[in-house]
Design a protein around this ligand. Sequence first.
Ligand code: FE2
Ligand code: FE2
Length: 324
Amino acid sequence: MQLATQGFHHVTMVAADAARTTAFYRDVLGLEMVKQAADYDDPGAHHLYFGDRDGRPGTLLTFLEWPRAPKGRPGIGGVHHTALGVETDEALLRWKRRLTDAGAHTSGPYDRGYFTSLYFRDPDGQIMEIATAGPGYAIDEPAEALGRELLLPPERIVRGHRDEAAIAALTWPEPVPEITPDMVLHGIHHVSGITDDLGRAGEFYEQALGLRMVKKTTNRDDATMLHYFWAAYDSKTIAPHSSWTLFGFQPDWNRARGGTGQTHHIAFRARDEDELRAWRDHLQSRQVPVSNVLDRTFYRSITFQAPDGQPVEISTDGPGFGPA
Ligand SMILES: [Fe+2]
Ligand SMILES: [Fe+2]
């Protein structure tokens, strides 16, 4: 059996205060609170689940409430940011106004070539992004041959050449008290992590998870840094909620430190428990230390680490969250 994940199942972050996190992700960002439960590994701790109305894989952001945890920071073996999707640039401007009025620090919208991006920090300092669906990865290479060559961005979108003052000044002209239909967030657009070895990481995500390289380019904010993209890709289309990107940092950069405002782990999808067990066998055959199959109530999971230390989980689509 050729194992290939369909994309992200969920991303789990650490928050200091469940009420504050709920006020932000539910009330400001408009995500559905799918579930609030005790944490499986630490029954005294809250675990919050946000996503779309049905709590579908690919839309889920979950938060462990650890009030006494130290502040985390991004670094090698950790996630830099998670992006949620919208359709249009206009929706991004509405989000910029709504987030700014809610007291969140924002930057952008930046033309990233493949999409437009607005960045902000959540109440714990976690870097988040809202990104547009298009124009997509096929603007500079054929859709059926993505990720084969290193493609450099046009200079006008690279830091040092773009008009930062003009970008900072862009916003929606009026307050945005309601989330308009075009602003509804469509789940995980991409997740971006940091590694110190793109070659080794790429081999791991390709061989162990069945993701495929879909873009080799450079960081728009640091032209000296490589930025590679992987996804669930069948040589025609890229599955929604499946883009995993890595920035190639120098090995002497700091390692990720767990804590509040930092991502705890990323989880990819398995169809069912049979497939999950096949993943486990597959990972073990590659000498990857992997957990037993864990019962996470709403899904079954296995956990392991990428070679750079990134904590990774594979979770089943079912049984799911049931009726809300
Ligand atoms: Fe991003
Ligand atoms: Fe998880």
